[in-house]
Design a protein around this ligand. Structure first.
Ligand SMILES: Nc1ncnc2c1ncn2[C@@H]1O[C@H](COP(=O)(O)OP(=O)(O)OP(=O)(O)O)[C@@H](O)[C@H]1O
Length: 260
């Protein structure tokens, strides 16, 4: 059974069909990239999958669960985590607190524990804090636990967002343009880090990215969207040489540079 199975997905905004009848599957422990020109529908596709646009047409099955009518919190509870194209941290909270917020869904203490400040609550809080510190170290932000998120350099804010997403131990991690705003050296480090997350933590990763070097360097599979329609799917080599993909990026000027 596919980890994520999307059938006939359509999302419209007024008269605009942003995602048009897309079928999509990915397996456990795969790294899959969604690419396409600006405005192709990639972020809309992510938003629908992760519960931000419940008013879509089509079915989404994740880990065997039908995601119909589920809001983002409920989708996350099935262990689908995501980051955003425009980083969405709590800027005035500490880095470690940003990660703790990502964990709250998965703590088992209830109102009773909180009111009575029970042993269970104290133990859970301690464990959550230790895990948040581990995650900070894991993404390379050791020693930055007492910094406000807004004071981190841009590249480190992206890493913190990933640490927060990892806090829910996701079966699927959605990354929306993880290399946006990064320099070439940081982009290479991000590529290696994404591969490490899959290999060491066993998470499946679905990403949107414009940086073709990164996409070609880490993807098991690439799905190409243009004007909301899936126009191609395959390995990096298949996609690089696909005439429809080249045309989507370059019009009728068929050189391969844009997707090489
Ligand atoms: N909330 C919205 N309301 C109306 N139109 C929208 C909305 N979100 C996206 N769109 C439109 O849907 C289309 C697809 O946009 P989307 O952001 O999904 O593309 P994208 O492939 O992610 O683009 P980019 O690579 O530039 O981020 C665009 O025409 C966009 O203007």
């Amino acid at each position: 059974m596919a980890l994520l199975d999307v059938k006939g997905l359509t999302k419209t905004f007024g008269g605009l069909v942003a995602v048009n009848n897309i079928d999509f599957q990915m397996e456990d422990k795969q790294i899959v990239s969604v690419i396409g020109p600006n405005g192709a529908g990639k972020t809309t596709f992510f938003n629908v999958i992760s519960g931000y646009y419940p008013d879509h047409v089509g079915t989404i099955t994740f880990g065997g669960h039908n995601l119909k009518d589920l809001n983002p919190e409920k989708v996350a509870a099935y262990r689908m985590a995501r980051t955003f194209q425009n980083i969405r941290l709590f800027p005035d909270m500490l880095t470690v607190e940003n990660i703790l917020v990502g964990m709250h869904l998965h703590l088992s203490s209830n109102l009773f524990d909180i009111v009575l400040n029970t042993k269970r609550l104290k133990r859970e809080e301690k464990e959550a804090y230790e895990r948040a510190m581990e995650l900070l170290n894991y993404v390379g932000l050791e020693g930055k636990d007492n910094e406000l998120a807004k004071n981190l350099p841009y590249g480190e804010q992206r890493l913190l967002e990933i640490a927060r997403a990892l806090a829910i131990k996701p079966k699927l991690l959605l990354l929306d343009e993880p290399a946006a705003g990064l320099n070439p050296k940081e982009t290479e480090a991000m590529k290696n880090f994404i591969i490490k997350i899959r290999d060491e933590l066993g998470h499946s990763i679905l990403l949107i990215e414009h940086d073709m070097k990164l996409v070609m360097g880490l993807s098991d599979k690439i799905t190409v969207i243009n004007y909301g329609v899936k126009i191609a799917e395959g390995t990096p080599d298949e996609i690089k040489n696909n005439p429809e993909v080249i045309k989507a990026y370059l019009g009728d000027d068929t050189t391969t540079d844009a997707v090489a």
